[in-house]
Design a protein around this ligand. Structure first.
Ligand code: SAM
Length: 509
């Protein structure tokens, strides 16, 4: 009999009531996205399979209104007993209301209103169930104190780019009894990004990781947080020799669509764990990478596109000097073709030509030589553009990065396609247009540049081969966000296999 169903409904009503008291930015700052009850239930059911203990001592370090607690109590097999429940919540708004809520029930919950990362372990537990706050490092004001604290408590030096959940997991080590079980619902990014490495090492070396389940990102569990989620289960014990971790993927935790067991050696070598369980272990090979042919860099960050980027008609209307601007491609979404031809002035042959301010003159010279541009810049000051973070950091607030144009650009954010084609697009640019930071720029290294100077027709062959790459070549290196959004960073793009470029060159030279 489900005893707590009604109570869980009341709890969810309380959650809605409390969420409504905050705006999205405030909730983002504290990672306040409640764990959906059905998800908490599925997680509890799976976790119970790993538990040897008969008397549960539970810690929920980011308890909120306590979705895991009610779902655990409701799914407890007859031979298990809950001896102790500790819930920690930092935000008094959620804390006070939830504490009162539980005081009016039969549930004996030690509800502590405190920052979990500042709390000394006052009691050991044998079960941790948590959906810690997803707070990015920008919003963790004391992140360096936390880095030091984790180092002091665990000997692990994490990166300052770590999200809050990494500190939660590592600091909870001291709370867990030997052989205790922990289950964390966390963002998937740690599987791939550099700052996730320390957590991956922890899961390989310091605990016995039992299972890592990744949800299908196209169906994010949290519509309002837009984060793709992974669940990890581990036991606090040194992993036995030849231990394997069960990687699973799909909508249902208990009944995954794909699963694969992987051992220590394979996981230690692989820096992108999100390739599992769908893909095989990568074999090391000496095949060339894009970084062997290109230096890869981001497009320019203007600081305020709407102010610094203007179309031809606007420049004419405002009587601004064309020679103080340079052509720039529109965002990838608005690009008419992947092959950008040039007109006789070096401008891209596009219906709508855009230009970015590109002056190197100081303001006195501008006032003297180009009064209309001077007036335009004054308008920018009135709008506060000079106070934008990036603009403030420049020698003159309106100066733009002086990056060279290239024939090779890449749109590095995209959605996976059913066609199996890569979500990222390569653009052959024959014009003098630069790109903004919604693109990556690929500058040919001297060895490739020399070949291209001799045989310029190779550029379009290279672009075509890159656009026809099987999507796995690119997505293996990139990273996946909620809603199926994929992204590839400069160093990751550099690691993409480039054997097709080697073949093109071989055939031609
Ligand atoms: C993703 S929610 C999970 C909520 C909970 N599992 C539930 O039943 O809905 C994360 C919770 O952690 C809380 N939180 C944020 N920072 C915290 C901290 N440093 N210590 C403890 N709790 C924190 C948030 O206020 C939020 O309630």
């Amino acid at each position: 009999m489900k005893k707590f169903v009604d109570l869980d409904t009341q709890r969810m009503n309380l959650q809605v009531f409390l969420d409504a008291k905050k705006n999205l930015l405030e909730r983002n700052k504290l990672g306040q996205f409640a764990t959906p009850s059905q998800l908490a239930r599925d997680i509890v059911e799976e976790t119970l399979k790993f538990l040897d203990q008969k008397k549960i001592k539970l810690l929920e370090p980011s308890v909120g209104t306590g979705s895991f607690i009610l779902n655990l109590l409701d799914n407890l097999p007859a031979d298990l007993e809950v001896e102790k429940i500790i819930g920690v919540e930092k935000d008094p708004l959620y804390g006070e209301a939830s504490k009162e809520f539980y005081e009016n029930t039969q549930i004996d919950l030690s509800y502590v209103i405190s920052d979990f990362t500042q709390l000394e372990p006052f009691e050991k537990v044998n079960l941790i169930l948590a959906n810690p706050p997803y707070i990015r490092h920008h919003y963790i004001p004391n992140k360096f104190d936390l880095v030091d604290k984790v180092l002091d408590r665990t000997g692990i030096k994490v990166s300052g780019l770590s999200g809050m959940y990494i500190y939660f997991i590592l600091l909870s080590h001291a709370w867990l009894e030997e052989n205790g079980v922990a289950c964390w619902l966390i963002p998937s990014e740690f599987l791939d990004v550099n700052y996730g490495k320390k957590l991956r090492e922890y899961l390989l070396n310091d605990v016995t990781t039992l299972k890592i389940h990744r949800f299908d990102t196209a169906n994010s569990k949290f519509s309002d947080a837009l984060v793709s989620s992974t669940i990890i289960w581990y036991k606090k014990s040194i992993p036995p020799k030849n231990h394997q971790i069960n990687f699973t993927f799909g909508e249902r935790i208990a009944n995954p669509e794909v699963s694969k067991r992987l051992g220590y050696d394979d996981l230690l070598k692989e820096s992108k764990w999100s390739r599992f369980p769908q893909n095989e272990v990568r074999t090391d090979n000496d095949e060339p990478r894009l970084k062997d042919y290109f230096r890869i860099s981001r497009g320019i960050a203007t600081g305020e596109n709407t102010f610094f980027i203007l179309n031809k008609e606007e420049i004419i209307k405002k009587n601004l000097p064309f020679d103080q601007f340079r052509p720039i491609l529109p965002r990838p979404l608005h690009l008419e073709s992947l092959n950008i031809q040039s007109d006789r002035l070096g401008y891209p042959s596009l219906k709508k030509q855009l230009f970015v301010l590109n002056t190197l003159l100081d303001i006195e010279d501008i006032e003297r030589k180009y009064p209309s541009l001077y007036i335009y810049l004054q308008e920018g000051i009135e709008k506060g553009v000079d106070q934008r973070h990036l603009c403030k950091s420049r020698k003159s607030w309106y100066f733009q990065e002086q990056k060279k144009t290239s024939k090779f650009y890449c749109s590095y954010i995209g959605r996976a396609k059913d066609s199996g084609k890569s979500p990222f697009k390569f653009i052959l640019n024959e014009s003098q247009a630069i790109v903004n930071n919604s693109y990556l720029i690929l500058y040919p290294l001297p060895s490739l540049n020399n070949i291209l100077e001799e045989k310029p027709q190779l550029a379009s062959k290279i672009i075509n081969s890159l656009n026809n790459l099987d999507s796995s070549f690119m997505t293996d290196e990139g990273r996946v966000y909620g809603g199926g959004m994929q992204k590839i960073e400069p160093t990751e793009l550099g690691n993409v296999n480039a054997s097709m470029i080697a073949r093109i060159i071989e055939n031609e030279v």
